[in-house]
Ligand binder design. Sequence first.
Ligand SMILES: [Zn+2]
Length: 307
Amino acid sequence: MPIRLPFRPRPESSRSDLWTHCPGCGEMVYNKQLEKNQRVCPKCGHHFRLRVDARLGSLLDGDTFDEHDAGLESLDPLGFVDMKPYPEKIEEQKTKTGIRDAAVWGFGSIAGRRVAICAMDFAFMGGSMGSVVGEKVTRAAEAALAERIPLIVISTSGGARMQEGTLALMQLVKTCAAVERLRQAGVPYVSVMSDPTTGGVFASFAALGDVNLAEPNALIGFAGARVAAGTTGDELPEGFQRSEFLFRHGFVDQVVPRPELRDTLIELLRYLQARPPRNTHHEPAGRNGRERHDAFEAAADVESIRG
Ligand SMILES: [Zn+2]
């Protein structure tokens, strides 16, 4: 996978640890075997987290990834300092992970079909969403809209990046607006949630796919279990924030084991075609009659609830 990572870390083979302990079955798994198996435990099927280059490599046709906006980096307009200044932390993470922020986007092909694709990487500050992640998701959506090709986003995130404060929270609105414009234009968007997809990422673009897929046993939800239980004052069912539970309750459309993800996307992309563009001479984009009707009904509903 020729994704050009400017700060590529040491190759796997130079690491001294050859074995990984699997939290699923408690067995030691040989790292090379794990990598070959897309980081799914060959003994119990536990899904380990996948780095962004391996993720793109596992989904796209070979050599088709064309990264965009690789140079986007976070600024520090708040002058945020916790244990250390935010810019120092960013530099540290860049060196550690080989990427400039927690998301990478570009164009690529899946079984010959051109897509805009954005993948997140948990290794970079817990996949937290600051202005760079939000901007990349948004630009991927805008590019998909401009070309009328499907958008695919693979999420893994602990939520909004606290070091960017309100600027991070604003990414929720921005990304939601971007995928809403796709919906209005009838351009397909497939969201893939991997472990974990939580906080502001779950609360924005990750849950808004035309089709929402999830990897097995991924932690998916807004707040942590203890906070959720404290807020609702209820004891919550076991595993209520896992893919399978969310699938049973209609929040996730399909739970897809990683080795089947590419084939599932190929199949979905066969069904999901972008709607032919409408004649926009008489009406501003995305404001056709049907949507006006929807907007009217939504307003009417609010009134009847209030009344
Ligand atoms: Zn295992």
